[in-house]
Ligand binder design. Structure first.
Ligand code: GMT
Length: 376
């Protein structure tokens, strides 16, 4: 059965928007009719298929409004699209404000749509601690027909933190294996001025405080004392200035490349030998999966959903938060031992393409939609 599905997400570079957009594209490929209802066209939605539509939420800047009411404009646009297009499902990614706007929209169409909410992380692990928002997040979750989270850890944290009795289903994230696979790296190292024999350590993130990016610099400083290695920082965000300062303070300028936001992440990952994600909060870590699919073992912290993605000792290593001695030791092990690097690389690809395969995950979402429509 093909469905008409509305999708709302943050259209920016973050993981939740990426997952929502890739899900919409994959569902459209399976014949469903997809309606994105967002503030601007989602990053990654270029070249949309014929059965993908985009409805922009516009807000008027009346002078009486101190704060333009985006949440209400979104609810109103959702209700308009549900009615006009006959949507079966409204799938919102990120609880605040999307689940609340979806609830309002559902009320406006007399309940004639099912709401699925997917929790992605900071909507719970950061905002859930804010007393001015926690009751509203709980309300949005309880009023959704079905709720999913991107890891078991996030599902459990949500239930405990917000005292929620409703079942929260885990559906892991996925990546498109047609984009993320080991690319032919001839010339990429050369273009960046990196010697063929030099090892490459990578970090990809939005440089928010939760990513603990200064820890990555400290770990790399230790690694390059023993190994001929360079560091690639991919992405942009608030902590980037601090990271640059730390790199200079440690005299690592010649060993570190700041590449900013990149479209060719898969190519850059393909020249990398190990990747570091040392976050203090991380519900899943989509960038881990992207690296694994490109054959890059990842060293991550024992935080949130990270240990659900990396199998310690197989597709990478898990370290305690802030234990940079362990991070650098594991990285040096991987970089010094070609056999270990190759074994882990193979295991990473296998895990990324089996456990987190797009087709598997997308069909799990289809089951969720069925469940919501059957009112289970
Ligand atoms: O990590 C971020 O800062 C972005 C954030 C988002 O809301 O887009 O990512 C969250 O959702 C991703 C997709 O499900 C997850 O892979 C990230 O782990 C999660 N981030 C956090 O939990 C900090």
């Amino acid at each position: 059965m093909t469905l008409k599905i509305g999708i709302t997400c943050y259209p920016t570079v973050g993981g939740s928007g990426v997952v929502a957009t890739e899900l919409g594209k994959a569902l459209a490929e399976k014949g469903h009719e997809i309606h994105f209802i967002t503030s601007s066209i989602p990053y990654r939605l270029e070249n949309g298929a014929a059965n993908i539509y985009f409805h922009e939420v516009e807000i008027n800047q009346y002078s009486v409004f101190r704060y333009p009411p985006y949440d209400i404009a979104l609810a109103s646009k959702m209700a308009e699209v549900i009615k006009r297009e006959g949507l079966d499902i409204l799938h919102v990614h990120y609880a605040i404000p999307h689940a609340i706007s979806a609830y309002l929209a559902k009320e406006m169409v007399n309940g004639d749509v099912k709401v699925v909410t997917t929790l992605h992380g900071t909507d719970i692990t950061v905002l859930g601690h804010d007393p001015s928002l926690s009751d509203m997040i709980r309300f949005g979750i309880e009023k959704s027909d079905v709720v999913t989270a991107v890891s078991n850890d996030l599902a459990e944290q949500t239930a405990t933190l917000l005292n929620i009795g409703k079942k929260i289903e885990t559906i892991y994230n996925f990546i498109d294996n047609r984009t993320y696979y080991p690319h032919d790296t001839t010339n990429i190292k050369k273009q960046l001025g990196i010697n063929e024999s030099t090892k490459v350590v990578a970090h990809v993130s939005n440089f928010r405080k939760v990513k603990r990016t200064p820890d990555v610099v400290t770990a790399f400083a230790k690694i390059q004392q023993e190994i001929d290695a360079v560091m690639l920082f991919i992405g942009e965000g608030p902590e980037l200035t601090i990271v640059r300062q730390e790199v200079e303070r440690q005299g690592l300028q010649d060993r570190v490349h700041f590449l900013g936001n990149q479209k060719r992440v898969a190519e850059l990952l393909s020249i990398s030998d190990v990747k570091l994600l040392l976050s203090e909060k991380e519900s899943f870590g989509l960038v881990i999966l992207e690296a694994m699919a490109c054959g890059v073992p990842v060293i991550g912290t024992n935080i949130g959903g990270i240990p659900e993605v990396i199998e310690h000792g197989k597709s990478g290593f898990i370290c305690n938060l802030g234990d940079l001695e362990a991070v650098s030791r594991y990285a040096i092990d991987i970089l010094q031992n070609n056999t270990l690097q190759e074994e882990m690389s193979r295991a990473a690809i296998e895990r990324a393409t089996k456990t987190f395969h797009q087709e598997l995950i997308v069909s799990q979402y289809e089951e969720i939609y069925k469940k919501a429509l059957q009112g289970e």
